[in-house]
Design a protein around this ligand. Structure first.
Ligand SMILES: Cc1cc2nc3c(=O)[nH]c(=O)nc-3n(C[C@H](O)[C@H](O)[C@H](O)COP(=O)(O)OP(=O)(O)OC[C@H]3O[C@@H](n4cnc5c(N)ncnc54)[C@H](O)[C@@H]3O)c2cc1C
Length: 496
């Protein structure tokens, strides 16, 4: 690669080591910039860190590997392929959804098999599913080719023949769209589930996000072998290092140094580090606390009005038994989805009867638990900013363990030999997360694309933002994309 000597001299400091930061770092180092990542924690990966305890390996955050094409594109951009770094296994079943005691639907690994399952539940649903999915696939292509890799600077970015033809999908929501195709309540819930990843209620999420249905049933659920989700973090860091990126853990950025409205560097651990450009992959609101108040892009009232994606109560459990009755990914939708959604978004409080998600990664990768054992992860979505106390966490653990045992018949409570929880206070302490949110800003219509917080500081030259609070939004694939977009924006501004 040829590069101008001037570009070589540009020093970029990236705050945080989440997916978006690692992605941005790799793209920029590849183009010859001098890039260093400062991470406050002792390990890298942000919300996707891992920890090892008593022989169990836990992925701390993401566990669903969806949209494999986005990961492939990332590695391809550097002349590599996913398979140069890790092998992917397609899970079958992809996941199981419980609606009551011994009442569940399993989503298998192909659209053909899934449509057969749908037909058994509702006559005609197979045909309708294929119709729905054909539309979702078109939207996915439009999104990938025309929308998600754009910086969200201007509405004109969205005006393309492809998007104009799909305009209808921005004027209706996913709940109404699903109800046009399916009558059965369980099928409707299955079709609404994928957009929960985007952090808002299905009725507040544009139908265009049926792209998530294509990601789910169309592209499938995958698992990175020999290491789980952290394998992706490791692989990306290895590639970034190959490109020259330097990674520094335990480097909390306490201040972004600004002089005459230009970035000059940062202060970390009490020391000054100079930089021409600072990109922050840390939560946006926190980053703006590191600069003078009058130079912020957004004040606190802006953030207060935003719809945040949920926080979560998480449990990492080590079991001294092998699990026999449950597959890798399980969703417990055996209670009213609307009640729980309302307790997250409309009237924030600890839920009466929560929906929750349970996984056992060691079913797919034995190395993640000692012999004869299983590792277990439980996620209960909750509103951000809730009171977080040990006794509340414990109460919910007992509630969900009882539900798991009653509904699936798999006994767990007496087999727990390791237990760690993570909730609102930890999201704040560990990641400087705004109100303890887990997945950033929800992708409602007015928080999509051009409505997302901007990637570039309006008042400070050389300061940029990336990650799940910026375009395109929450999730691992969007964070990879966010890193690419911000690197393009930086390169446009600092290309000589
Ligand atoms: C429990 C959970 C489950 C999830 N499940 C999935 C899933 O299954 N599939 C999926 O696709 N997505 C999932 N997500 C979402 C996905 O993990 C995130 O969208 C993505 O990892 C966010 O990456 P990011 O780069 O925006 O930031 P983050 O991962 O939040 O990284 C920000 C980093 O900045 C660091 N930082 C903050 N302040 C400072 C400072 N002052 N100085 C230095 N460093 C600082 C933080 O420590 C952190 O490491 C999940 C998220 C959570 C929390």
């Amino acid at each position: 690669m040829t590069m101008s000597p001037l570009k070589m001299t540009k020093k970029i400091l990236i705050i945080g080591s989440g997916f978006s930061s690692i992605s941005a770092a790799t793209y920029l180092a590849d183009k010859g910039y001098d890039v260093t990542v400062f991470e406050k924690n002792s390990s890298f990966g942000g919300r996707a860190r891992k920890f090892v305890a008593n022989g169990f390996t836990f992925d701390m955050g993401p566990s669903w590997y969806w949209m494999p094409d986005v990961f492939e594109k990332y590695f391809n951009d550097f002349g590599k392929s996913v398979s140069d770094f890790y092998n992917l296994k397609k899970l079958d079943p992809a996941y199981r959804v419980y609606f009551g005691k011994n009442d569940y639907i399993e989503i298998e690994d192909s659209l053909e098999k899934i449509s057969e399952t749908f037909e058994k539940i509702e006559k005609g649903a197979s045909k309708n599913l294929l119709k729905f999915m054909a539309e979702a696939k078109i939207n996915y292509s439009v999104a990938m080719e025309k929308v998600v890799y754009k910086p969200g600077k201007s509405i004109l970015e969205l005006v393309t023949p492809g998007t104009i033809r799909r305009l209808r999908y921005f004027t209706t929501n996913i709940k109404s769209e699903v109800s046009r195709y399916f009558k059965n309540k369980k099928l409707r819930q299955l079709m609404e589930f994928p957009v929960l990843f985007l952090g808002a209620k299905p009725e507040n999420t544009p139908a265009f996000y049926n792209i998530m249905n294509h990601a789910d049933f169309g592209l499938g659920t995958w698992f990175p072998e020999k290491g789980g989700m952290y394998k992706v973090v490791e692989s990306m860091i290895n590639l970034a290092k190959e490109k020259g990126v330097k990674f520094k853990s335990e480097h909390n950025v306490e201040e972004i140094i600004v002089s005459e409205k230009k970035v000059k560097g940062v202060i970390s651990n009490g020391k000054e580090f100079s930089a021409d450009i600072v990109i922050s992959g840390a939560d946006y609101n926190h980053t703006e606390k590191l600069i003078p108040n009058h130079l912020k892009n957004y004040d606190d009232s802006f953030w207060d009005k935003k719809v945040f994606a949920p926080s979560s109560l998480l449990f990492y459990l080590g079991l001294n038994k092998k699990v026999k009755k449950l597959p890798h990914h399980n969703l417990f939708f055996d209670v009213d989805m609307n009640d729980h959604a309302s307790e997250i978004y409309d009237n924030p409080k600890w839920p009466e009867s929560p929906l929750f998600y349970l996984n056992f990664p060691s079913l797919s990768d034995k190395s993640m638990a000692p012999d004869g054992c299983e590792n277990c992860f439980i996620l209960i979505p909750i509103a951000p900013d809730l009171e977080d106390k040990e006794e509340i966490r414990e109460r919910y653990l007992n509630i969900v363990l009882k539900r798991i045992e009653d509904i699936s018949g798999e006994k767990i409570s007496d087999n727990i030999i390791f237990k760690k929880s993570f909730c609102v206070n930890d999201f704040i302490d560990d990641y400087n997360s705004y109100k303890g949110n887990a997945y950033g800003l929800a992708n409602t219509l007015f928080q999509t694309s051009i409505f997302k917080p901007k990637m570039k500081s309006k008042k400070i030259k050389g300061l940029y933002f990336t990650g799940q609070l910026t375009v395109p939004g929450p999730g691992v694939p969007p964070s990879l994309i966010s890193g690419k977009i911000v690197s393009d924006v930086v390169m446009q501004d600092f290309l000589y």
